[in-house]
Design a protein around this ligand. Structure first.
Ligand code: BGC
Length: 898
């Protein structure tokens, strides 16, 4: 028995936590099967010695009977700039006590904004300050926020590995600061702290994008000396800044332009002559509240790709192919004369002559420019910008940079991988891979952007919730999404409305309901996957307000409002004629009422839960009354969902392909939320299958909303084989078509488009498919919040022989690996302590009937006779399945068919 993987706010030993009640979590490990945590005890100590001696002088939770392994710190108020040490032990189902865990720690940031010393300064983009430390340094921390971006240096060295920091926010509401351990960089004697500021989103000058103010800095260095004294070096008017900066321009869309001849060499080190630099000035602070970003995954340079090919389409123009569409930039080593201009341009596509095709970048110039100093070797690497690209062009009067001189730097949030998936079908694995690349490339800057390349890169909420399950199954997303939910709260107006994009750098109020639903869907998804209710507590009142805003705009409980609808179906951008806005909007309103009702239950607000339940019922009745039809526009008897308008002259107008009952999306949505009256389910399902099989030759005819729900509905209503056949298509429109046409990230459109207009080659919004792989191909489905229970249902699909996946959940490792050959089905899986799983063993496979089931070497079931197996809690003989319920542990099941 052990408690491992101790975390504070879901991070291992974080520094700079400013949450007054950080969440402490751990994972229980037990050598026996079928175990639970019955109770726990946490101690928080003020020193390592005390923690090692098991003394909880700060807080001792005492023995708490609970199966929860995510617990809020419950001691006295935490002090700023303080390190706390904690341990946990737990009791199993038999009352046995574990040993104390290893010691974990967390360090607080600025708990009270009054404790900030120094003030916001500005005046230029290069700022520096020398200071003397008159004693030996025990430890040093930097608390820094630079808007829009900063790069912090101490004695000539870059601090930390974050880039494009701090995370984006609405700077009128929230400003993030980051905390760094700089103990190794600060020394006794003369030191220099230097900061380069970038414009980022705060000082962005781009038509249509919100501009806040010129770049500014807030910094506090706290240096603890061995003799106990504390030295504070803070941003103030004693700092120096330079008039003539080497930065000619920096903008996330335009790129980084830098004159290396103007770089004041050594400016970030002590002894530099800054006598001709001017003093920084005190500037007005941003309006937002300062919050630590320390536990939010920071944006980092996470990998390096070498180019696989180089072309030379024109003299002095060199084009490099990195083989993968990524988010980031290029680093290149060049040799050239002083004053020579080197340009790096970026693109997702090539023209047939090998030159870059930048037509789909909109207004984004995506060009980094460097003017060389003339050193024997110069390494050029941009800052304060990023690009979405597979190809880069380097030009200038320089000798050709070789393949070894050029690197692509992959930049995105430092996301902890917690899941993986693979199966026997290569195409599915390829789709999985391109989804992952798209997700990563759009999780940057603390935002989930739509795309990383064109002059947009906005946190579109529709895109965000649609791929959120996929993101959560692959990465530890809780802190990232909590940040995004905070962005939405920040953006909410008094009337309850929220915008389509957050932070609202484009001001788009009110959101399309199918975009704004991220405000409700994502917190609920976090609750489901992580089992932690804090996000529900935080969001509930705000989410209610948004829902009420929409509800107050309904007519007879139908919401006639929408902006984008089932966005980007085959051949189009809008899908209004195929899938009317009011069907989607009302469906969203219904679903959100149900989620709000569930949230209210979690919070113990049973009256409100009832209220939303009633609203959901009211809306579902109106939905079916208005949109469910028994005849089509020609008077034929065909059941389906669509909109009918009657003109003043009495003619009827049909919206939503009433042919064969409606569009795929219109048919799938009500099925997905159990909105269809029971006696109509078969008809609606038949219409959907007809559209897919007959009208579309086993292809999807959907936008981003339908893409999430059509496959889900097929799988859920016993058409998994059809769903699989659709998913493995290689002809247009399909995921396989993208792959076949060379996609290395998901496209924005089903078509291969390379002209101007909306056709990003790196959009994650169709990425909902990946969660479907985990759920229906690996067969893992969550049943109770936080993976308290889940099901494992190996699918029987023609063309798929094996699949496996793991998810490192809050309870611990969930792993499933199944394979089928001849008349055997093998399922290996593990269930963490505190969880139970139901394994669904099909009773018929390949025309054979189940005869025996073994777990390891032992029989569990032989021709109907049940044997006792350690960890197995129950076996239910259902019509199509043997359902085996197990407790925690690792299992190896084998079923034989005859
Ligand atoms: C974005 C989409 C977004 C859509 C909404 C586009 O410009 O790229 O991803 O959801 O607008 O209309």
């Amino acid at each position: 028995m052990k408690a491992v993987n101790l975390r504070t706010e879901f991070v291992v030993n974080p520094i700079g936590v400013d949450d007054p009640r950080p969440r402490l979590s751990w994972v229980c490990i037990h050598g026996e099967r079928n175990q639970i945590q019955k109770a726990y005890r946490i101690i928080v100590a003020s020193s390592m010695e005390k923690a090692l001696n098991c003394v909880g002088d700060v807080w001792d939770s005492g023995v708490v009977e609970s199966d929860s392994n995510i617990v809020e710190y419950g001691g006295p108020p935490l002090k700023s700039f303080t390190r706390y040490y904690w341990r946990v032990k737990w009791w199993d189902g038999n009352g046995r006590e574990s040993a104390w865990s290893d010691v974990a720690l967390f360090e607080t940031g600025v708990m009270d904004s009054k404790e900030w010393r120094g003030f916001w300064i500005g005046g230029g983009q290069l700022l520096r300050k020398e200071f003397v430390v008159d004693g030996d340094v025990e430890e040093a921390r930097a608390y820094v926020s630079g808007l829009g971006y900063y790069e912090l240096r101490v004695n000539g060295e870059k601090v930390g590995d974050r880039v494009l920091d701090p995370p984006w926010s609405d700077y009128d509401k929230t400003v993030y600061y980051t905390v760094y351990d700089v103990t190794k960089l600060v020394k006794k004697g003369l030191n220099t702290v230097a900061v380069m500021l970038g414009r980022g989103r705060y000082s962005q000058k781009f038509a249509g994008v919100k501009y806040y103010d010129e770049p500014k800095l807030l910094l506090m260095l706290r240096i603890k000396l061995v003799d106990g004294r504390i030295i504070e070096v803070v941003s103030d008017e004693t700092w120096k800044c330079i008039d003539k900066s080497p930065i000619i321009d920096d903008d996330i869309y335009r790129g980084f332009k830098y004159d290396r001849r103007l770089e004041p060499v050594g400016w970030d080190k002590s002894g530099f002559d800054d006598s001709n630099w001017k003093n920084c000035i005190k500037v007005s602070p941003p309006n937002g509240v300062l919050k630590s970003s320390s536990t939010i995954p920071g944006t980092k340079a996470v990998a390096v790709l070498k180019p696989r090919e180089m072309y030379n389409p024109k003299p002095n123009v060199y084009v490099y192919d990195f083989g993968q569409n990524i988010t980031g930039w290029v680093r290149v080593r060049v040799r050239g004369c002083s004053g020579v201009e080197v340009r790096i341009r970026y693109a997702e596509n090539l023209n047939s002559d090998g030159t870059l095709n930048t037509k789909n970048l909109g207004g984004a110039e995506a060009t980094d420019v460097f003017i060389l100093r003339g050193d024997p070797i110069e390494v050029l690497e941009p800052k304060f910008t990023y690009h979405g690209f597979r190809y880069a062009e380097i030009s200038g009067s320089i000798p050709p940079p070789s393949l070894d001189d050029v690197e692509a730097i992959v930049v995105h949030a430092d996301l902890e991988p917690i899941g993986s998936f693979s199966c026997s079908n290569k195409l599915i694995n390829d789709i999985h891979r391109i989804v992952i690349w798209s997700l990563k490339g759009n999780l940057t800057n603390g935002v989930q952007t739509d795309c990383p390349q064109r002059a947009e890169r906005m946190g579109w909420l529709g895109d965000a919730w649609l791929s959120s399950d996929s993101a959560i199954l692959n990465f530890n997303m809780i802190k990232y999404y909590e940040k995004i939910v905070n962005d939405i709260i920040d953006a909410q107006k008094d009337d309850g409305s929220i915008p389509d994009v957050v932070p609202p750098y484009w001001v788009l109020y009110p959101a399309d309901p199918a975009w704004g639903t991220a405000f409700i869907y994502i917190p609920w998804a976090l609750y489901l996957y992580y089992g932690d209710r804090r996000i529900i507590e935080r969001v509930y009142e705000h989410a209610k307000k948004w829902w009420n805003y929409l509800y107050s705009n309904t007519k007879d409980s139908i919401l006639y409002f929408g902006k984008y609808g089932d966005w980007v179906p085959p051949g189009r951008v809008f899908n209004i004629q195929d899938c009317p806005m009011e069907i989607i909007a009302t469906w969203i309103l219904y679903r959100d009422a149900k989620i709000l009702s569930n949230m209210a239950k979690v919070l113990g607000k049973y009256d409100e839960a009832k209220y939303f339940e009633n609203k959901a019922l009211e809306i579902s009745n109106a939905f079916n009354k208005t949109f469910l039809h028994e005849t089509d526009m020609f008077g034929r008897k065909i059941v389906g969902y669509y909109s009918v308008y009657t003109s003043p002259a009495g003619t009827k107008l049909y919206l939503g392909s009433p042919r064969f009952g409606g569009s795929q999306t219109c048919l799938a949505l009500p099925l997905a939320e159990d909105l269809v009256p029971r006696e109509r389910v078969d008809d609606i399902l038949k219409a959907l299958v007809h559209s897919i099989e007959v009208d579309w030759d086993k292809h999807l005819n959907v936008g981003i909303l339908g893409a999430k729900y059509v496959l889900e509905v097929l799988a859920r209503y016993n058409n998994l084989q059809l769903a699989y056949d659709v998913v493995t298509q290689e002809t247009y429109p399909s995921y396989g078509y993208m792959i076949k046409e060379g996609a290395t990230t998901l496209w924005e459109r089903w078509e291969k488009l390379t002209g101007s207009g909306m056709n990003s080659h790196n959009h994650h919004m169709f990425g909902s498919i990946d969660a479907w792989f985990y759920k229906w191909l690996a067969g893992i489905q969550i049943s109770e919040p936080g993976f308290r229970s889940f099901t494992i249902k190996p699918p029987i699909i023609k063309g798929l022989d094996h699949a496996s996946a793991y998810i490192y959940t809050v309870k611990g490792l969930v792993h499933v690996s199944w394979s089928r050959s001849g008349n055997e089905l093998e399922v290996n899986f593990s269930v963490p302590v505190g969880s139970t799983a139901k394994l669904f063993i099909p009773k018929h496979v390949n025309g054979g009937k189940i005869s025996d089931v073994f777990e390891g070497e032992r029989p569990l079931w032989r021709q109907g006779e049940v044997y006792k197996v350690d960890g197995v809690r129950n076996i239910v003989n259902e019509k199509e399945y043997l359902v085996v319920e197990v407790g925690s542990g690792s299992y190896k099941f084998k079923a034989y068919y005859r």
